[in-house]
Design a binder for this molecule. Sequence first.
Ligand code: ADP
Length: 492
Amino acid sequence: MNPLGELVLVIDAGTTSTRALVFDRAGALRAMSQRPLQQHYPAPGLVEHDANEIRTAALACARQVVTQAGGADRIGALGITNQRETVVAWDKRTGDPLARAIVWQDRRTAPHCRALREAGHEAAVQAKTGLVIDPYFSATKMAWMLEHDAAVRGAAEAGRLAFGTVESWLLACLTGGTHLTDATNASRTSLLPLEASRWDEGLCDLFGVPRTALGEVCDSMGLVATTLPDLLGGAIPITGLAGDQQAATIGQACLSPGETKATYGTGAFVLANMGKEPPRSGHRLLATVLTQFEGQRTYALEGAVFVAGSLLQWLRDSLGVIDAAPDSERLARSVPDNGGVVIVPALSGLGAPHWKPEARASFTGLSFATGRAHIARAALEAMAMQTRDLAEAFAADGARWTTLRIDGGMSANDWMAQDLADVLAVTVERPHNIETTALGAAMLAAAGAGLHPSLAVAAEAMRGDVERFEPQMTDDVRDLRLAQWREALRTT
Ligand code: ADP
């Protein structure tokens, strides 16, 4: 077999860092390079990135790993995965950014969103796009730039404005200006109906975004474009694109309806594959595009928990209860139970399925017998309890989990993985390679370039081994935990 061109390059443009990785066809990591991404906080609630910094870092990291892997001739496919919803505005003629990118976490458009909700638009927007109206999504960020930034407005008036999410920006950078956006990222803007192949005029008008500033929606798998030969030492086909959570879902091989993954990082994101029909949530979960290939889509149902690993960071940095996040495991094992302590970690409100932005965290059941081990254990237990609330919402929307595939930094915690299996009463699977986001982009790119005959074959070949955690908890203990949690939630 010809060994040339069989490696897959991935650019992973995340929220806090930009990385490039090279995988082989079996999913083994051959090279990796990473640069931190500076966060700009101009005022409370505002979060910005410098799109030029993302471009420079992506190219520098990509060049480095391509060289390490033996040169561009060895690379048969490029996949891009990215922080979702973040908006870049650039000048189509010069290819340069017009303003700082507005990051997904940014809350500046809350008043615009409130006005749209109060005017009664939410039900129609949700029916069309699968999304609630929230500053999280891209459309109101675009409208904000047009209203407040003279350079963005001027470019729009001159017909030179390009808006895009981060994969769209990188695609333009890598190709010398091709303006496309993949369907998974486009489905996070509030401007793309779940079933339509194009942007919706009515939604563009409602949010105040000119359609001419948006790139065409493209597949997330298959030949989308080719990199300029000079940039990486040779022309490389771009054959896989996906937002980070969709990429992680692919990376966990959740390719059949019902298969579900949960990523435990700073927050937790759960996505369930829902197959070819767009899901409709009756429980305030989000519906989103999971993949698009030759115009055909698959969909996912999505729920997010705002506080996961950040609870342990807060216990470490603000309270000094633990020295490091992994210590929570030893502490949790050192006591037979939570000693009655329950933490509801609503430090920044409660996400799905509660959606209570004004809720605040609580510690209940403290006594003089409470030690820091009980607090650490209650913190880890809160992950399973929050996930259980999501599981009930998913089940009510028709997606009952049979197993849960976990990843993210916090999934390294064996005690938490076992507690998830116990409280959810399902098998929990953890891959040895928890870098599922980059791996998912590599699977898409490999299948898209024909290095594997299909996404299913790519996933099978590249996923690697998994470890399983089986439920062991008795019903009595589980019922007690659930009763404690519900009582604590009620008083939060
Ligand atoms: P992100 O991608 O959101 O930056 P990561 O996936 O890198 O997050 O995960 C980092 C988070 O995981 C941190 O919040 C940290 O507190 C938590 N974490 C890391 N290791 C452990 C562990 N062994 N036990 C519990 N939490 C952990």
